[in-house]
Write a protein that binds this ligand. Structure first.
Ligand SMILES: Cc1cc2nc3c(=O)[nH]c(=O)nc-3n(C[C@H](O)[C@H](O)[C@H](O)COP(=O)(O)O)c2cc1C
Ligand code: SF4
Ligand code: SF4
Length: 264
């Protein structure tokens, strides 16, 4: 049966997971959630996957919107992959609850760990470590595949109980601030006005003013702008100028700027 794997991504990790899954499943399309929310292109698949990054120990706002609006897709089998840097917390429990509230049944939910893209807490890890993490992720994806192929029902992955309580609180507090956290972005003299930051932003939150990016305060904190700027000219607060940027090594800028249906 045909599968559609939806993804949302800032630095390509979730796109890579979506593509890896789709390739192994065969007869599967990979569709950007950011694009689908704009054009609502018809989807006929009855097996649906949702692949998204964990943001602040929970589900990012665009995914909440997607779940509300995707109930019309009425899948026969729905699975999710939360892509993170090691702290899934209660993200998939929250996601499963959201599905239920919207009349959808989540049959399986997995965490896949990939290198962190949270630049304010530090730059990209060394290439060798990235390769090890990606190889471990590929193994986890291989383990998930038979569950999806056999349409099995599985409990969702979740983090430890007590830290989860703190993470729930942190999620609630930070979620309210996400839209205006772009107030901490600024651009340095290396900016050459290429406008790539505007093109990669899934939220259309960047306008070019006199050749420089201006953030519009409806940010989703995906960090695509700061991570993909080829000049490393975008900074967040005071420390990021010296940090190495990260994006998934197999995902190219063109994958980010062309958010239409991706059949590769
Ligand atoms: C705003 C923000 C918050 C994040 N919060 C978490 C988190 O709570 N737990 C975690 O393990 N990783 C966290 N990360 C790291 C990402 O989930 C991780 O790097 C993911 O693979 C990025 O996927 P993407 O490239 O598809 O956007 C966060 C990243 C961002 C940008
Ligand atoms: S991507 Fe970087 S160099 Fe290009 S316009 Fe944006 S800030 Fe300037
Ligand atoms: S402004 Fe930057 S961090 Fe915010 S949604 Fe757009 S690309 Fe993502």
């Amino acid at each position: 049966m045909k599968t559609t794997v939806f993804y949302y991504t800032g630095t390509g990790n979730s796109l890579w997971v979506a593509r890896t899954l789709a390739k192994a499943l065969g007869e599967a399309d990979v569709v950007s959630i950011a694009s689908w929310l704009k054009d609502k292109q018809p989807i006929t698949s009855k097996v649906i996957g949702v692949v998204f990054p964990v943001h602040m120990w929970g589900v990012p706002a665009p995914i909440l919107r997607f779940i509300r609006e995707s109930k019309a897709l009425s899948p026969d089998y729905l699975f999710a992959v939360a892509v993170d840097a090691g702290q899934v917390a209660n993200t998939l429990v929250q996601f499963k609850r959201l599905c239920k509230q919207n009349g959808l049944k989540l049959s399986a939910g997995y965490e896949v760990q990939l290198p962190s893209n949270y630049l304010p807490w530090g730059g990209a890890v060394a290439k060798e470590l990235q390769e090890k993490i990606i190889a471990a992720a590929a193994q986890k994806i291989a383990a998930i595949l038979p569950v999806i192929q056999n349409r099995e029902e599985k409990p969702v992955d979740k983090g430890p109980f007590w830290p989860g309580i703190v993470f729930n609180l942190l999620y609630r507090v930070s979620f309210k601030q996400v839209r205006t956290m772009d107030g901490s972005f600024w651009v340095d003299e290396r900016c050459n006005s290429c406008a790539i930051c505007r093109q990669v932003c899934p939220a259309e939150n960047i306008k070019m003013e006199s050749g420089k990016p201006a953030w519009q305060h409806h940010c989703e904190q995906c960090l695509a702008c700061i991570q993909w700027c080829p000049q490393k000219a975008i900074q967040y607060g005071k420390k990021t100028a010296g940090y190495e940027r990260y994006h998934h090594p197999e995902i190219k800028l063109t994958d980010m700027t062309n958010k239409q249906v991706d059949k590769s």
